[in-house]
Design a protein around this ligand. Structure first.
Ligand code: SF4
Length: 488
């Protein structure tokens, strides 16, 4: 007996044209192929050749088709014709819409443009709406950001040097421990999912900090079910532990952050609490080479984390000074925050210790040259601490850099050092003691108490390379003459 089976086309042609673009259902801009059929969007698929998503498309990205095809899509300006909240609107022409807008905005602009507070929602044209606000003359402009992805982007800039929408990502190929705090899965979804897959395949640890255990937290190696709204407190408590244990990277803070910037402490001044600045508006630090004020990004400037500046009877101190003073406070001790965060003190200490172990004992080094914000050339990228035994290496990596003869703790923070000594932590004995001819016995003693092994070896000299005329450092005693970083 014969059967008449229907012939099924398992790969029907879904489009007559494919347009390549990027998705904007969230801000990470995955590459997409938009299939058009008879002039309409028929189907969206991930572009496997795009570096961000390599063909992956999330559910939101697929739903992007409704941005174009949804029957509820706005196609013309709408005017409310009923009571506010009644939902009664009617379509009007663009000319009518402009007239209404001008009748409301012109009087404000004529009187004082800054009286307009302009707030936009999420769309792809924020650069234009901000341009419009500037053209109107109001600085009171904002967008959805603070409620949405901007928090995530800001955290990316602070921790990784780039927002996800500028394609900033953790180093998925080398990260050894990743803590994700409150990351919703609606932004940067594909890159994070792909990245998590990569780091889990390498055996790196993922810690998800979130009140709910869904999505990324469900696949994390450890889930920390924090009380909503207490993430910052939890982080500061870990910071408290790290400071007390001496596990903070002082060289990094000095060289690459605003920790050494002096704060204006002039009582009652409009600038009180803000950065102390020079006449060109540059934030000021104390240069450890000269002991004098200098712009933070000045050539050859080596910012002093513990610098102070006395002017008109007022002592101006650094951001670092305030941070240490504040976060060493028992107010941030794990025992003090545990109940509010819903995380035990023991667990907070354990997580801080794990972070410290990865950061200080498992340095990551990559042979990749790079240039920092002050145009200093580096021959390597390294993710471990800059200080300690690394210091000599660090010094010869910095071109046009005059080595400092003083430790950052030698001048004005003896109170801090005493407190550190009293904290009861078992600070390691420095393997390399700082010994410079001008160091007093007292300051050496203080230095030993810190447990920091930052080394400024005797006999540093600066040479200029014959080929490049770039000054570089020879550290005679312990490391021999180091080659020029540009010609080596
Ligand atoms: S993660 Fe999803 S929503 Fe975001 S850009 Fe990519 S496909 Fe679009």
């Amino acid at each position: 007996m014969g059967f008449n089976q229907p012939v099924v086309d398992t790969s029907p042609k879904v489009s007559d044209e494919v347009r390549k673009t990027t998705c904007y259902m969230c801000a990470c801009r995955c590459g997409i192929n938009v299939h058009m059929k008879e002039g309409k969007v028929a189907y969206i698929e991930g572009n496997k050749d795009h570096p961000v998503n390599q063909g992956v498309l999330c559910a939101k990205g697929s739903a992007g088709i409704m941005q174009v095809n949804a029957p509820s899509r706005l196609r013309a300006p709408m005017k409310r014709v009923g009571e506010r909240g009644s939902g009664e609107f009617e379509e009007i022409t663009w000319e009518e819409a402009y007239d209404i807008a001008v009748s409301k905005l012109k009087p404000i602009r004529d009187e004082d443009p800054s009286k307009l507070a302009f707030f936009t929602g999420r769309d792809q044209s924020q650069s234009f709406t901000s341009l419009w606000a500037q053209g109107f003359g109001t600085p009171n402009y904002a967008a959805h950001g603070g409620f949405c992805s901007v928090n995530m982007a800001a955290a990316g800039i602070y921790t990784m040097g780039g927002a996800f929408w500028e394609f900033g990502q953790p180093d998925w190929d080398h990260t050894k421990m990743l803590m994700i705090f409150g990351v919703a899965e609606d932004h940067d979804s594909n890159p994070i999912k792909m990245g998590l897959g990569k780091i889990k395949a390498r055996g790196a640890k993922v810690v998800g900090v979130n009140p709910i255990r869904s999505g990324y937290n469900a696949v994390a190696d450890e889930w920390v079910g924090i009380t909503p709204g207490t993430d910052g407190l939890f982080i500061l408590s870990m910071l408290h532990c790290l400071i007390k244990a001496g596990k903070i990277d002082l060289e990094y803070l000095s060289q690459f952050t605003n920790a050494p910037v002096l704060l204006d402490e002039t009582n009652g001044s409009a600038e009180e609490g803000l950065f102390l600045k020079d006449k060109d508006g540059k934030a000021l630090v104390i240069d450890r080479n000269t002991g004098k004020l200098a712009p933070f990004d000045g050539k050859g400037v080596y910012p002093d984390l513990a610098g102070t500046h006395r002017k008109a009877g007022v002592t101006h101190r650094t951001v670092f000074h305030y941070m240490i003073e504040r976060y060493m406070s028992e107010e941030y001790a794990p025992e003090a925050v545990a109940e509010r965060c819903g995380i035990s003190a023991k667990r907070i200490r354990k997580l801080a210790a794990e972070l410290a172990d990865v950061a200080f004992n498992q340095a990551i080094e990559l042979d990749r040259p790079w240039t920092d914000f002050a145009a200093r050339s580096m021959i390597k990228w390294w993710g471990g601490p800059f200080r300690s035994t690394r210091c000599a290496e660090f010094q010869h990596m910095l071109t046009a850099f005059k080595p400092a003869a003083r430790c950052m703790f030698c001048k004005s923070c003896s109170a801090l050092l005493k407190r550190r000594a009293a904290c009861g932590s078992n600070h390691p004995t420095p393997s390399q003691q700082l010994r410079t001819p001008n160091r007093t016995a007292k300051s050496l003693r203080a230095l030993r108490l810190t447990g920091h092994t930052w080394a400024s070896p005797t006999g540093q000299m600066t040479f200029a390379c014959a080929k490049t005329a770039v000054p570089h450092v020879s550290i005679k005693r312990s490391h021999g003459k180091t080659p020029c970083p540009r010609t080596a």
